[in-house]
Write a protein that binds this ligand. Structure first.
Ligand SMILES: Cc1cc2nc3c(=O)[nH]c(=O)nc-3n(C[C@H](O)[C@H](O)[C@H](O)COP(=O)(O)O)c2cc1C
Length: 173
């Protein structure tokens, strides 16, 4: 990390916790992200930041579609562990999860989710280790009321960690 950057400042930035999914033909996959944001309102566009090593990156890059599920605060750590610490290269995560098919044919994870949206990639920026995929929202649905999981709640209350592939990863010194 740059000497000019105090890591505490990065830790003060706030995020939510989401599952981003995509597909490659009939193959489905998804992973945890904290880096989902709305970037414009008209048209309604969202961005996600994905590590190039992840299978989800390969799927979004090929299909140019992705879906986001907003996780509820009561999401169990086992569920976050499945999507955030295991790769679809080793395990079929969607076979262990409730989802429905979206109009893009991306899986919309309905388990532990407050709401879902689907997007078509309209632009992408190569950041070296990661890519920012910018997508135009083409469907959205509220599934239930509830409190969204925040990154702070995940770290401070659930004592969760971030793996090296997360853009916000900070090595413990
Ligand atoms: C709390 C948390 C936040 C994460 N945020 C991101 C993120 O924003 N971008 C990213 O590429 N990976 C992030 N990850 C890591 C991926 O979820 C993880 O590398 C996953 O195993 C990739 O799965 P895949 O190979 O099946 O795509 C995060 C993981 C956790 C637990």
């Amino acid at each position: 990390m740059s000497q000019k950057m105090d890591p505490k400042v990065f830790r003060d930035l706030s995020y939510g916790l989401y599952i981003v999914t995509s597909r490659n033909g009939d193959r489905l996959n998804g992973q945890i992200i904290n880096t989902a944001i709305q970037v414009t309102s008209d048209p309604a566009r969202v961005a996600v930041i994905i590590n190039k090593k992840n299978l989800t990156h390969e799927f979004i890059d090929k299909s140019k579609v992705f879906a986001i599920s907003v996780l509820v605060e009561t999401t169990p750590m086992t569920f976050i562990g499945l999507f955030g610490f295991k790769s679809g290269r080793d395990i079929d995560k969607l076979s262990k999860t409730q989802f429905k098919e979206g109009v893009t044919k991306c899986p919309l994870v309905t388990e532990h989710s407050l709401s879902v949206l689907e997007a078509k990639v309209v632009d992408q920026i190569d950041l070296g280790s990661h890519t920012i995929f910018i997508g135009e929202t083409i469907s959205s649905e509220v599934l239930q009321d509830g409190q969204p999981m925040t990154y702070q709640y995940y770290h401070q209350t659930l004592k969760g960690k971030s793996p090296p592939n997360a853009p916000t990863f900070q090595a413990v010194k």
